[in-house]
Design a protein around this ligand. Structure first.
Ligand SMILES: [Cu+2]
Length: 458
């Protein structure tokens, strides 16, 4: 069946696709173990790939998955459960990449990443994916927060149809959702072209206060531990990491993916998305052409929603980053000039006082930090290839450029004046501090940008 789908898809859409890729993905992403009795039915066909030959010799793999405990019947939801509807549509469209070109993006709802879903642990998510009649290919949605049976969730919605499924968000944390291709076929292409997003499942009891241990001198002049306690309420951002593997025409290049040859690294869909723009140059240097950062690829106001923005926080403020590695390369998450105060996954503490936190493919983390001193800090994937292809995000804490004195103001951060990017702000949760002001920035189609603008009243 998969082979048939792939053939019809090749006719519809000149994409690179190989049965090998399906087999590799099926075997690795789903981590299936197999027994003789499970090796039946729809094989994943012959492959020339050496590491697949043994599997093919025994007839290929069939996925045999258990009934997922979190799946629920949409028509029989327990009364008392809060139900959150999450409506997405598929849209293939050309979107900008670094250097003024475009690439052949595949998106959820005309944006990369897709809309962020935020729910509380125990909520029911009712997900509907619509594939409009003018789409080139079917699409699916595998929500990692769901623990779904493929038959109940991930079968593709065909062109011109919708598909709905329901599940209880049982486990707190950040979770990827992603297109599952055409019943797994071409999943790599769809995801790596932009069909991914994040679900944030807030713990039912909320987040924990942040304790940071510093030192001070006591009355006797001895150096002692100084415990600083910050409320659980935090200013929040989301950062989603992915790669683009592109050919010269801006299409997906699967051969490059296999070789891990990244064309661009993207943070929330854009290489170097959160770096200064011409407006910041003008404000800080008095000249829009005087760069305050080494690369300023998205700095012109003509770029509308693609114009770069910065992330603004106060000094001494509890800041929470929801991070998800959406693609193929590890993320060595690091902030130049700071130490990560705490890392959670779900409601489980993973690390404290660490310089870098490793986030593997399809893995998330909730990072808590306090920026003690005014300054411009760079959050990077501390892999040089990733930094140089786009994994740099500038966070400006407090008033490092002395603008308050210049302007005769008393702002705690530039967020009060310039706002924070709307796509970096998840819907408000139980422990969210509201951003003082929002601006528009992201890899949106024009129509999606207009929608978001009107939702935000911008
Ligand atoms: Cu898709």
């Amino acid at each position: 069946m998969i082979t048939e789908v792939s053939q019809s898809m090749n006719k519809r859409y000149s994409m690179l696709f190989s049965v090998t890729a399906v087999a590799v993905l099926a075997a690795t992403l789903f981590g299936s173990t197999y027994t003789n009795s499970q090796v039946v039915g729809s094989t994943l066909a012959a492959s020339t790939h050496d590491n697949m030959s043994q599997t093919n010799d025994i007839g290929g793999l069939k996925l045999v998955m258990p009934q997922a405990y979190a799946a629920v019947d949409c028509d029989n939801i327990e009364p008392g459960r809060n139900v959150v509807s999450f409506d997405l549509y598929a849209r293939s469209v050309d979107l900008p990449v670094l250097g003024g070109k475009t690439y052949k993006a595949q998106t959820f709802s005309g944006q990369v990443p897709g809309p962020t879903l935020r729910v509380t642990q125990g909520d029911v998510v009712k997900m509907t994916l619509t594939v409009p009649a003018d789409e080139m290919t079917p699409h699916g949605n595998d929500m990692h927060a769901a623990q779904m049976h493929p038959g109940s969730g991930m079968d593709a919605a065909q062109i011109g149809t919708s598909k709905t499924y329901c599940y209880v968000a049982q486990v707190p944390g950040t979770f990827k959702y992603h297109c599952s291709g055409v019943n797994i076929a071409a999943m790599d292409q769809h995801v790596l072209s932009g069909m991914y997003g994040m679900t944030i499942v807030d713990p039912i009891k909320g987040y924990k206060p942040l304790i940071v241990e510093k030192t001070k001198l006591n009355d006797n002049g001895d150096v002692v531990i100084d415990k600083q306690r910050y409320s659980a309420d935090a200013l929040e951002f989301q950062l989603q990491y992915a790669q683009l593997y592109l050919n010269d025409e801006g299409g997906y290049d699967q051969a490059k993916m296999f070789r891990h040859e990244t064309t661009y690294t993207v943070v929330n869909g854009m290489s170097f998305g959160y770096v200064p723009n011409a407006g910041h140059n003008k404000l800080i240097k008095g000249d829009e052409n005087k760069n305050i950062f080494v690369v300023q690829p998205w700095n012109s106001p003509d770029l509308k929603q693609y114009q770069s923005q910065l992330l603004f926080v106060e000094t001494g403020q509890h800041v929470r980053f929801f991070i998800e590695n959406q693609a193929n390369e590890p993320v060595f998450w690091h902030v130049v000039g700071e130490i990560i105060d705490r890392v959670y996954q779900g409601s489980v503490l993973q690390s404290k006082g660490t310089e870098t936190y490793l986030i593997g493919g399809s893995q998330g983390a909730i990072v808590d930090m306090v920026f003690d001193d005014p300054g411009a800090y760079a959050a990077v994937n501390h892999d040089y290839a990733a930094i140089f292809t786009g994994a740099a995000t500038i966070i400006v804490a407090g008033d490092p450029f002395g603008l308050n004195e210049q302007l005769g103001t008393d702002a705690k951060s530039y967020a009060e004046l310039l706002g924070n990017p709307s796509d970096a702000v998840p819907p408000t949760g139980k422990n969210s501090i509201a951003h003082p002001k929002l601006n528009l920035h992201g890899l949106y189609t024009d129509e999606r940008a207009d929608e978001i603008k009107s939702e935000l009243g911008l």
